[in-house]
Design a protein around this ligand. Structure first.
Ligand code: GLN
Length: 498
């Protein structure tokens, strides 16, 4: 049962072939079996999950009309507030905090009857590309347990690729859904900025943060996308427009006559051979399906990484000021006579990890009055140039494409001592975030040199998310018929169920 897609699980629930309680129990068993090796979860919420499953089963038995994902289990990135359930954002500073409210994403999942299995591991406050910056230890890639699953949503990606959950929620500020999806051989989508509510999503960089879906197939990802998206008056940046019909797009999966733009700047130097080989094969497949391939030029992308690493730390230095030992989670140094400032210092020193501190310092410096124009101001100008590059490129093509990550999954420890090397992992995903548009990564095969998954990235204009699913669905269908199954079927079993 756990090997099925979410759409197949939904059909089995509807036909009465299985119940949500049985389905949820199978996933909890799988978690007990493999998560000591994968470490995808920070908190498994078996009791609540089974109660929610039983509720959906009772409603189904009573003939209530249910959402297609009702009764289907899901893994939730620990960056989203869930009422009464430990929520840490991967940080020691939030250890023990139980939110008194649900984030909008969680409310929507509950409303649809989705069963939340637990909270997944992540880089602390979503800062990182390997999940090694978690305050609670790393997550391991199910394809090779000596490697990282990418990040920052590495726990969610690993849970889906290890069959611990059919679908999962992540968040993507600079690539944190697409890059781990690429490194674990699954599908991940970063929706258009403002399409999914940020209410209750613990903030890293508010102008870039966006939650989105993971699945093992394009259709499963679309089903979850539709549940998560929609206008929310509680988020001032939420877009008040109809959700694009991503599920219909995933089903129609048609690329005939579509123009696909290959971004010149996102290939070549620094990209692994096996990554480029699978990328080019996918382009040929799209062409054979009737798409037209064109090349597009985005000269400002050269500066995207530098601009991102000024804007994101600047916003984080402000957002993380709220962790002051007074309002949430950890408090240390609170001895008789200690001043508020002493307690604050001691708590922030003990509660934040190295990378988080590095970014707070970077951001505080970039925003300081003497340097504001030179750093933050310049980065914002680059951001505008990147938006313009995309605008021009989208006059020549319906969607743009590139490899998702320049390299396949790297070893645990390989980049953790070298922040710049780690930052480069997102060189192909960051432009999407700076422009506020949408992007998908889907599996394009295994690299010849290491046998590890390669991701193919598709990008579309704001609020045209359905285009990702049309093109992604068509490419997935062609690849699946070439391979005789999904790529994820080749993931090692980890001593687990068939
Ligand atoms: N790796 C990037 C960073 O560390 C992106 C992270 C993300 O998307 N949350 O900022």
């Amino acid at each position: 049962m756990i090997k099925k897609t979410a759409a197949q699980m939904s059909a089995s629930l509807t036909s009465g072939e299985t119940t949500s309680v049985a389905l949820t129990q199978s996933h909890l068993d799988r978690i007990s079996e493999v998560d000591s090796k994968v470490k995808a979860f920070l908190h498994v919420d078996g009791e609540n999950a089974l109660a929610q499953a039983a509720k959906v089963d009772a409603e189904r038995a009573a003939g209530k009309k249910l959402h297609p994902l009702a009764g289907v289990p899901l893994a939730l990135k620990d960056v989203l507030a869930q009422e009464g359930v430990p929520t840490t954002a991967g940080s020691k500073i939030l250890q023990g905090w139980k939110p008194p409210y649900d984030s909008t994403v969680v409310s929507k999942l509950k409303q649809a009857g989705v069963v939340i299995l637990g909270k997944t591991n992540m880089d602390e406050f979503a800062m990182g590309s390997s999940t090694e910056n978690s305050g609670y230890g790393p997550t391991f890639n199910p394809w090779d347990l000596t490697r990282t699953p990418g990040g920052s949503s590495g726990g969610s990606a690993a849970a889906v690729s290890a069959f611990e959950a059919p679908i999962a929620v992540g968040s993507d500020t600079g690539g944190s859904i697409r890059q781990p999806a690429a490194l674990t051989g699954i599908v991940g989508v970063r929706p258009t900025y403002g399409a999914v509510s940020r209410y209750g999503l613990i903030a890293y960089s508010s102008s870039l943060d966006q939650a989105g879906p993971f699945g093992r197939t394009v259709l499963d990802t679309a089903l979850l996308h539709e549940v998560m998206a929609g206008h929310d008056p509680k988020d001032a940046t939420s877009i008040n427009a109809a959700v694009p019909n991503v599920v219909a797009a995933a089903r129609s999966a048609d690329v005939k006559g579509k123009k696909i733009g290959v971004i010149k700047q996102l290939q070549g130097d620094g990209y692994q051979n096996g990554v480029l080989a699978r990328f080019n094969e996918s382009l040929e497949l799209l062409e054979s399906l009737g798409a037209e391939i064109v090349e597009v030029d985005c000269p400002s992308f050269e500066y995207a990484l530098a601009a991102y690493y000024l804007i994101a730390p600047s916003e984080c230095s402000s957002n993380l000021a709220r962790f002051d030992a007074m309002r949430y989670g950890l408090r240390t140094g609170d001895v008789d006579g200690a001043s508020a400032e002493t307690v604050m210092n001691a708590t922030r020193e003990a509660g934040f990890g190295r990378e988080v501190k590095r970014r707070i310092i970077l951001g505080t410096y970039a925003l300081s009055s003497g340097y504001y124009d030179a750093y933050y101001g310049s980065a914002q100008k680059i951001r505008t140039l990147i938006i313009d590059d995309y605008k021009k490129a989208f006059t020549k093509a319906d969607v743009l494409v590139s490899p998702t990550s320049p390299i396949t999954a790297f070893k645990i420890g390989e980049k953790s001592e070298d922040p710049i090397a780690m930052y480069l992992a997102d060189v192909a995903t960051i432009p999407v975030n700076l422009a506020g548009i949408c992007g998908m990564s889907l599996p394009a095969g295994l690299a010849d040199e290491d046998g590890l998954p390669v991701g193919f990235q598709i990008m579309a204009p704001a609020m045209q998310d359905q285009r990702l699913y049309e093109v992604g669905g068509a490419l997935e269908a062609a690849l699946v018929s070439k391979w005789g199954g999904y790529l994820i079927d080749q993931v090692p079993a980890l001593g687990g169920a068939k």
